[in-house]
Design a protein around this ligand. Sequence first.
Ligand SMILES: Nc1ncnc2c1ncn2[C@@H]1O[C@H](COP(=O)(O)OP(=O)(O)O)[C@@H](O)[C@H]1O
Ligand SMILES: [Mg+2]
Length: 330
Amino acid sequence: MPKIKDLLRQLAANPSPTATCEQSYQGLTKDQISALASRGCPTYTGKVRDVVAVGDELLIVHSDRLTAFDKLIGMVPYKGTILTAISEFWLEEAKKVVPTHLLSRPHERVLRTQKAVPFKVEVIVRGYLAGSMLRAYTAGERLFCGEQLPEGLKAHDRLPRPIITPTTKAAAFEHDENTSPAELIAAGVVTQAEWSDISGLALRLFAHGQQVFARVGWLLVDTKYEFGRTKDGTITVIDEIHTPDSSRLWTAATYATRVASGEGPEMLDKEIVRRYLLAQGFKGEGPVPVVPAKTLVELAEVYLRVAETLIGRPLSSEAGSQDIPILDLC
Ligand SMILES: Nc1ncnc2c1ncn2[C@@H]1O[C@H](COP(=O)(O)OP(=O)(O)O)[C@@H](O)[C@H]1O
Ligand SMILES: [Mg+2]
């Protein structure tokens, strides 16, 4: 089976939009979706993944779609396979600390999971001042999603303790809005008791994630979790965890010196694409600029580095951009 590293090296040697697109997997086809529907297996098309309900289980199909600022940006070759491997690693690893929905991985791009009724909240845990919270802090805000932030923090500083800054969970391609635990409870999204369980699970997961990333020299800066209730009533972590699509990751070794010099930390997530888009004046509104094939391949290489470092062996891809034999899996 060809190593993804070699496949990406070939693309990087002569990056062209046609080649990167042809080697990318777009997601389930319309024909597959209608065949699934006629078998009684409804499909939900998310931003990045297509989810097929099969009885009490879900098949989560990872496409190579890349989103940023809640918009579809382009195709990143092999990203789906790489993300499936990272999600599988973490959902298995996290079983040491919390229940997770993972059952198995029947295909390089597919995870079989236990269906849950999702809580309509994105549970964001932050260990550092970064991203939208940094922008709000710089603008003078000190109360962020119900959390009182201390005075005197500088950009990219570690917070005194990890905090939870929830957002609402909007439909695919709509923007999530900041909220607070009090608002979520008042709106009936979660009960007080559910929030206390969910926030406890989120902080345990985050502490464990930070420990495991620390072993490979990375900082888990912030991340997003989703939780759901399974048929037997258990609150379990669902979706993906600690992937570069759902988290910020920085290099630990250079963190202190780079932050002190004002350069900002070295990032191992989709920041290279976000920066390219911002440089083109794109912040999520209006037409999406075309991201060069070279940048998309570079991003695939970043994701691969994260996956192979965590998993400890090279990843291969047999299926490439071929359609997934989804009907055989359900
Ligand atoms: N075990 C589960 N039970 C129910 N829903 C799930 C489960 N795991 C993941 N999901 C949902 O599957 C979708 C995954 O696809 P994604 O591309 O992330 O979609 P979205 O655009 O909604 O974020 C998410 O909406 C997520 O909430
Ligand atoms: Mg999602």
